[in-house]
Design a binder for this molecule. Structure first.
Ligand code: C2E
Ligand code: CA
Ligand code: CA
Length: 961
């Protein structure tokens, strides 16, 4: 800025030359202007001189024409010049710069010079000095005057002075006249003087012009420099102002910054303090909540995990690897659930995930954990890099839920009606059975006072007594008559228990009641069924035995004789097979009717089995009357009948036995009558036979089979097959049922169904049972030794064995001999066996239990087991009979029963085994219901021991990797 200012001011004074160059054109223009401006006066002067000269010369001239011509030319020139000056002055500055003007001026000057020279040469009279003086004097004055004006421009001056003076001087010097000669010398002198003067004037003008332009340039420069410096000053001032402002802003910003720093420092201090506190609180909360915190780096797959010991039983060592350390602990069934939740969250479809699943604790059991987590960091491509979350052990909660669910199931499916009351007898909850029995819908009952639901005054009275009893003893039970919603009266067995709080105050009451009318009917029906044959309405085997027993006693007391007729229809099996059960049943009904018509006087007529009938005569006159009766009976039976469009003739065989003639004991009487009947059959049927001693031989065939079986045991024809049981929770084979097979030399593999009944009748079952027990126990030991694991074998126990009373001794001995741990042996007993003689059976079972042996109820559901009865038995397993499993559909009746059996068994802490599982759906359903084990063709048929061992090995191979 200062530099440019300097350069503007320091123009060198000696730079006239450069100024001349710089302003040459402007100086030329200025000169032209001065020329024109200054030419008006000399022109006028020249015109005046011309006129004066003309006037002075006029008397001396011979010819005035020349003078007039000259004067005219002079006037024209003078006028032209004046016009020219006017034109120039009017022209614009731009046009004035044109060189045309100077050229015109020079031309005019030259013309004027020539004109004056003409006058000096042509008009001056050579003799008259007096005439010459004014002319030459006037010419000299005009020339001098013009010289002063034209000295500005040397070309203009020369163009005028030279044509004017030079020819004149030459002419005068060359003339003969001395006078003229003198004038010639004067004009030369004048020329020289004028040239000198003009030169001087020109220089002065030149300098003054230059000075002027220089000054002008200087002024301009100064002005420029001033403007520039003003601009600079202005700029400077602006900048200074800007700086000041910037400084002010800076200062403000600084102080603000300082304030912010102070504020932030304080905030940070506070935050740090709060963070410290919240961290401490978080640590405490985590500690208290038993939450394990995890932090998973997905790039390295590393997991930092707290509470490892508490959650997984793992040593709390630094970092784990998700894939290697944690994932294998996950329960296989929960894997999909977790993956699903995790991937949904990772894809950003959820804000976080929370899953409950099981993990295997280091001690081998499953732990339920609740896992919550969320993505904390993603990379630039959106992939998850880090996740954070918590895990919590919720096993206790899960167990509680399970128990609650079970309790709810038991509550809901219980066959007893259950009602929960508050202490004002307001109904809080009822179950389904309650609704069924009382006829009240749930929403009708809940919220009402129970006294509004009962109507008879009798029950109201009783309620007062019940209340007193509850207050005193906390429970009441008894039978009472109650009314259903529809007014129907029914007997009810009610049990009420008071629930007390910690202070001993009654808070709730739970009432259980059973509709006894159903049971009464059932008992009635049972009594009928247990005594009468449903098909024919005749007495059944049970009632018959009872009657026979009574008759036997009577006979002994009175000495009267007894006759037993055993009637069996001929080829009935054939009829059954060919015409079907419907027809066969119809035939049996008809035969029963015919028999009862014919034997009105008989003491007892009973149907023992399919087509076997017996008649008991308490008193008979003689053998011949008996024979007659038998013949009549045969004739009556063989009479044709039409059943379902079939014309049938059915004969029968009759065996007769007498007491005391043939037998002493009534039990023998039956066998003998049977033998006699068999004999009659052997004789072709349609006849009757009295028992004789040699009839005994008829049982030969049976004896043969019996013998063969006896031999079979000794000669090792019996084998034991094993049918695996699948543990549903572990999904592995943990147990097997031992099932006996008879490899008959001629008949091949005989099913137990074909020989067990015979063995039971003949008592051979004892030996068979012992064999199977021993074989199965040592087999289980062998598998253990082969490293195939602890397989629990179950062995079927027959009634006979249970009754013999030495079962416990046998089992203890076998366990000792084989060295099998008692808990690996299971005994299967059927419900009916257990019902047989409850007290003694209970005793045996308790003894076995003490040994450590497991007990199972086989074919459960087919007998008459009740909850209370089951509670008393020391059993571990319950095998649901395959008839229920066979028709398992999700919402069928069997499914409901199965579901209830499982829930009930679990509530009694029994494990449940389902047998006869043949299809995957059955398995799925049973699994969903929490059934513990299953057995059936779906898993495997009963197989030989070595094949079972292969199965175990295969399973091991599957698990091993
Ligand atoms: P159980 O105790 O109910 O034995 C189960 C029967 O069901 C076996 O018949 C078995 O082969 C069959 N089973 C298994 N899975 C299925 C299936 O998925 N579908 C069907 N339809 N059946 C299946 P097995 O071996 O013929 O035995 C018949 C009965 O003989 C046994 O019934 C048991 O009461 C008796 N038994 C067999 N071995 C012995 C024994 O050593 N001692 C005694 N006392 N009785 C035995
Ligand atoms: Ca069994
Ligand atoms: Ca069974």
């Amino acid at each position: 800025m200062t530099a440019s200012l300097d350069s503007a001011l320091s123009l060198p004074v000696s730079a006239a030359q450069s100024v001349k160059q710089q302003y040459a054109s402007q100086i030329a223009i200025e000169r032209t202007r001065l020329l024109y401006e200054g030419s008006r006066l000399p022109t006028l002067f020249m015109l005046i001189c011309g006129l004066v000269s003309a006037w002075a010369l006029w008397p001396f001239l011979a010819s005035p024409l020349l003078l007039l011509g000259w004067l005219g030319a002079l006037l024209v020139l003078g006028l032209l010049r004046l016009l020219q000056v006017r034109a120039f002055e009017r022209a614009s500055a731009e046009r004035q710069a044109d060189p045309y003007w100077i050229r015109m001026f020079v031309l005019g000057a030259a013309a004027s010079g020539v004109t004056l020279s003409f006058a000096a040469i042509m008009l001056a009279p050579a003799e008259s000095f007096l005439a010459q003086v004014p002319l030459y004097g006037l010419i000299a004055v005009s020339v001098a005057c013009a010289t002063i004006a034209y000295a500005i421009s040397l070309p203009a001056l020369l163009s005028f002075i030279l044509p004017c003076l030079l020819p004149t001087s030459v002419f005068l010097l060359l003339s003969d006249s001395e006078l003229l000669h003198g004038w010639g010398q004067l004009s030369l002198l004048l020329l020289l003087a004028l040239l000198v003067m003009a030169w001087q004037v020109n220089r002065l003008v030149q300098r003054s012009l230059m000075q002027r332009f220089y000054n002008q340039a200087l002024l301009e420069r100064q002005e420029e420099a001033q403007r520039h410096s003003e601009a600079l000053n202005h700029k400077l001032a602006r900048e200074v102002e800007q700086r000041r402002q910037a400084e002010r802003q800076l200062r403000a910003a600084h102080s603000q910054l300082e304030r912010r720093v102070a504020e932030r420092t304080q905030e940070l201090d506070e935050a740090t303090y709060a963070l410290g506190k919240s961290q401490a609180r978080l640590a405490m909360a985590l500690e208290a909540s038993e939450l394990g915190l995890w932090d998973w780096n997905l790039r390295t797959d590393e997991v930092h995990h707290s509470k490892l010991q508490e959650l997984f039983g793992l040593a709390p060592t630094g970092t784990l690897n998700m894939r290697r350390d944690l994932r294998p602990l996950l329960h296989p069934d929960d894997r999909r659930l977790l993956l699903h939740a995790l991937s949904a969250h990772m894809r950003g479809r959820t804000d976080g995930y929370a899953v409950e699943y099981r993990v295997r604790h280091a001690d081998g059991y499953w732990v339920w954990v609740e896992d919550r987590g969320r993505v904390m960091e993603r990379d630039e491509r959106g992939r998850v890099v880090r996740m954070l979350g918590t895990r919590r052990n919720i096993t206790a909660r899960k167990r509680r839920e399970e128990e609650q669910r079970l309790a709810a199931t038991v509550f809901e499916t219980a066959s007893e009606g259950i009602v929960v009351l508050d202490r004002h007898y307001q109904v809080l909850a009822v179950n389904r059975a309650f609704c069924v029995m009382t006829g009240y819908r749930r929403e009708e009952a809940v919220g009402r006072n129970v006294t509004q639901l009962v109507s008879s005054p009798d029950t109201h009275r009783q309620y007062r007594q019940i209340h007193a009893q509850l207050l005193a003893h906390g429970r009441w039970q008894g039978e009472m008559m109650e009314t259903r919603k529809n007014g129907e009266l029914y007997p009810q067995w009610l049990q009420i228990n008071a629930v007390r709080d910690r202070n001993g105050r009654i808070t709730q009451m739970v009432g259980f009641f059973a509709d006894l009318s159903a049971r009464r009917q059932a008992e009635e029906r049972l009594r009928y069924l247990s005594n009468y044959d449903a098909l024919t309405g005749l007495a059944n085997r049970m009632l018959f035995k009872e009657r026979l027993h009574e008759a036997g006693q009577r006979s002994r007391q009175t000495g009267r004789s007894l006759a037993l007729l055993h009637i069996d229809l001929d080829r009935f099996k054939l009829l059954n097979d060919s015409l079907g059960h419907e027809v066969a049943d119809q035939v049996l009904r008809n035969m029963g009717r015919r028999l009862s018509e014919q034997l009105a006087e008989a003491d007892t007529l009973a149907r023992l089995a399919a087509d076997e009938f017996v008649v008991l005569f308490d008193q008979y006159s003689n053998l011949s009357s008996l024979s007659r009766l038998a013949s009549q009976l045969l004739a009556k039976l063989r009479a044709p009948m039409t059943v379902d469009g079939h014309e049938l003739v059915i004969s029968a065989s009759i065996g007769i036995s007498l007491l005391p003639e043939n037998a002493r004991e009534v039990s023998a009487l039956i066998t003998q009558a049977n033998m006699a009947m068999q004999h009659a059959k052997h004789l072709g049927g349609d006849n009757f036979q009295f028992f004789t001693d040699n009839l005994q031989a008829c049982t030969l065939e049976r004896l043969q089979l019996e013998n063969q079986l006896r031999k079979a045991i000794d000669s090792g024809q019996l084998e034991v097959f094993y049918q695996p049981k699948l543990d549903l929770s572990l999904d592995s084979l943990q147990a097997a049922e031992a099932l006996v097979r008879w490899r008959h030399p001629q008949r091949g593999l005989v099913s137990p169904a074909d020989f067990i009944p015979l063995a039971e009748e003949t008592g051979l079952i004892g030996a068979i049972g012992e064999f199977v027990l021993r074989r199965a126990a040592s087999q289980a030991c062998e598998w253990r030794q082969q490293g195939l694991g602890d397989i629990r074998v179950s062995v079927n126990v027959s009634v006979h064995q249970l009754r013999q009373g030495n079962l416990t001794t046998l089992v203890r001995r076998v366990l000792e001999e084989t060295g099998l741990p008692a808990h690996l042996l299971e005994l299967e007993l059927t419900e009916s066996q257990l019902l047989d003689n409850v007290e003694s059976v209970l005793h045996t079972l308790n003894q076995l239990r003490e040994l450590g042996v497991k007990l199972a109820i086989d074919d459960f559901g087919t007998g008459y087991s009740s909850l209370s009865y089951l509670k008393r038995l020391p059993v571990d397993y319950l095998k649901i009979d395959r008839t229920f499993v066979r028709d398992l559909t999700e919402d069928g009746e069997d499914a409901a029963i199965t579901r209830a059996i499982i829930a009930m068994a679990h509530s009694l802490e029994l494990k449940v085994v389902a047998e006869g599982v043949e299809e995957q759906q059955q398995l799925d359903f049973l699994k969903s219901q929490g059934c513990d084990e299953i057995q059936g063709f779906l898993i495997s048929r009963p197989i030989e021991a070595i094949h079972f061992a292969s199965l175990l090995r295969e399973q091991e191979m599957m698990v091993a990797p």
